[in-house]
Design a protein around this ligand. Structure first.
Ligand code: F0G
Length: 394
C-alpha cells in the first residue's frame, strides 16, 4: 500500500475515498482469516507447488530439498457442451494439465524427482522422452542448478517440446530408434554412473503425479465415477490409481473406474504384447514397451475399468472438439476422451447420471505442426481496407 495525493494504492489500484481504501486495506490484511471463515483456500497468495501442498502425503526421503516452479493446482474445467455432443446425461470435466509451468503433467512428478535428487547432491540428470518429460526435466534441473541430458527418438518429437528442452539448457541427443530404445539406454547409463534417472521408473515421479488425483477429489468433494486418460509409458495411470486409493483411505473419497487409452498403432497393453515399431500422430504416446505396463493393467482391473485403443482420426476429432470448446490440447491429451466417446458410441459403458473427469495431459501449443497439417492455412489478403471489407461483406 502506498499513498499518493488524497487517495491511496492497494495492489496497483487507486482508491480516492479514504473510507473505501480503509475498508479494502482491512480486508486485504485480514484475508487469511476471511478465507478460512468462508471455507476458501487462500491460494493466490499462499500456493507454493505440489510439495508444499501435498508433501505430507508423499513418500519422499527426508533429505528432499524442494525445487518448484509452482506446478499443480491446475483447472478442472466443466465441459457441458462436450458432454452433450457425446450423448448427454452425465457431467464432464477436463483436468487441464497443460496449464503446468512447462505445459504438461510431467511437472508434478519432476518437482518430486528433482527435489529428491537435489537433496542427495545430484549434479546431472538424464531421461528418455517423447518430448514432455524432456522439457520438464530440463526446466527443473535448470531450477536446481543441475545439468540435464535428454535422449529422444529422431524426428518424432513435437516442435514445442524440443524447443522447450533446448531453451531450458538440456543437452539434447537424438537417436536412431524409438522411445523404448532410448529408455533402455538411459537406464543402463544411470546404472553405471552418478547421473540420476528421472523417467517414471524413478518412484518419486509417481509420488508427484498422484497429487492430481488429490486435487480432483478436493475440487469435486469426492472422486469422480470415471476417469479417462491417455496411456504411454503407463506412469501416469499408475500414479492416479495410487493417488485415488490413498485419498480414499484417508478421506473415504471413493474410487473412480479408470479408462486408459492407447493409440491403435501403439497399443501393447491392448494387444497383450510389445509393439516393435509403434506409430501414431499422438507422438507423446508412441511407445511400444511401457515400463509400467503391469501396474497400468492392474489399475484398470482393480478399478473395474479397462485399457483400450482409438485410431488417430478419433484422437484428432476429439482434439478439434475440445478446441471448439476453448481447450486446446496436444493430440495425445485428447486420447482419453476419444476413448470415452468410442465406448459410449459402441454402448460399452453407461455414464448416465455419472461424473466423469478426462485428463488432458499437455497443452496444444506443444505440437503446433499438427494443426498446420490438419487444418486449413490462414487466408492471405492485401493489407487494405477495401480488400478486407469486400471479403467480409462488411
Ligand atoms: N500425454 C502426454 C502429453 C505425454 O507426454 C505422455 C507421456 C502421456 C500422455 C502418457 O503418460 O507415459 O505416464 O503413460 N510422455 C512421456 C514423455 C513418455 O517422454 O514425455 P505415461
Amino acid at each position: 500500500m502506498s499513498k499518493r495525493g488524497t487517495g491511496c494504492r492497494i495492489e496497483g489500484r487507486e482508491y480516492n475515498k479514504p473510507e473505501e481504501a480503509l475498508w479494502l486495506f482491512f480486508i486485504f490484511i485480514n484475508r487469511p482469516v476471511i478465507c478460512l471463515a468462508v471455507g476458501l483456500e487462500e491460494l493466490s497468495v499462499s500456493y507454493a507447488g505440489v510439495l508444499a501442498r501435498y508433501g505430507h502425503l508423499m513418500d519422499l526421503p527426508s533429505h528432499t530439498v524442494p525445487i518448484t516452479l509452482l506446478e499443480g493446482n491446475t483447472p478442472l474445467v466443466p465441459m457441458p457442451r462436450v458432454a452433450e455432443t457425446l450423448g448427454g446425461g452425465f457431467e464432464l470435466w477436463v483436468k487441464f494439465e497443460g496449464m503446468n509451468p512447462t505445459g504438461s503433467f510431467k511437472d508434478r512428478g519432476m518437482t518430486a524427482a528433482i527435489s529428491e535428487a537435489a537433496g542427495r547432491g545430484v549434479k546431472k540428470v538424464i531421461c528418455a522422452s517423447t518430448g514432455n518429460t524432456a522439457a520438464s526435466a530440463a526446466a527443473y534441473a535448470a531450477r536446481a542448478g543441475m545439468s540435464s541430458i535428454v535422449i529422444i527418438p529422431e524426428g518424432k518429437v513435437a516442435a514445442g517440446k524440443l524447443a522447450g528442452a533446448v531453451a531450458y539448457g538440456a543437452q539434447v541427443i537424438q537417436i536412431h530408434g524409438s522411445f523404448d530404445d532410448a529408455l533402455t539406454l538411459v537406464v543402463k547409463i544411470s546404472e553405471r554412473s552418478p547421473i540420476a534417472l528421472v523417467n517414471s521408473l524413478n518412484p518419486y515421479r509417481l509420488e508427484g503425479q498422484k497429487t492430481a488425483a488429490f486435487e480432483i477429489c478436493e475440487d469435486l468433494g469426492t472422486a469422480p465415477d470415471w476417469l479417462c486418460l491417455p496411456v504411454g509409458n503407463a506412469g501416469n495411470i499408475s500414479a492416479y490409481w495410487m493417488g485415488f486409493q490413498q485419498f480414499h483411505r484417508l478421506r473415504s473419497s471413493g474410487l473412480p473406474q479408470i479408462l486408459g487409452v492407447q493409440a491403435a498403432g501403439s497399443a501393447p497393453l491392448v494387444l497383450g504384447h510389445p509393439v516393435e515399431h509403434p506409430e501414431t500422430v499422438a507422438t507423446a504416446i508412441r511407445i511400444g514397451k511401457p515400463a509400467r505396463g503391469e501396474q497400468a493393467l492392474q489399475a484398470a482391473e482393480e478399478s473395474r475399468g479397462s485399457i483400450m485403443a482409438v485410431v488417430d482420426e478419433e484422437i484428432l476429432a476429439m482434439q478439434r472438439l475440445l478446441a471448439a470448446n476453448g481447450v486446446w490440447v496436444e493430440p495425445a491429451s485428447a486420447a482419453g476422451l476419444a476413448g470415452l466417446a468410442h465406448q459410449l458410441r459402441a454402448g460399452l459403458i453407461d455414464v448416465r447420471g455419472k461424473r466423469v473427469v478426462a485428463i488432458c495431459t499437455g497443452h496444444g501449443m506443444k505440437d503446433p505442426d499438427i494443426i498446420a497439417q490438419s487444418m486449413p492455412r490462414p487466408l492471405l489478403l492485401p493489407g487494405d481496407l477495401q480488400s478486407l471489407a469486400e471479403f467480409l461483406g462488411a
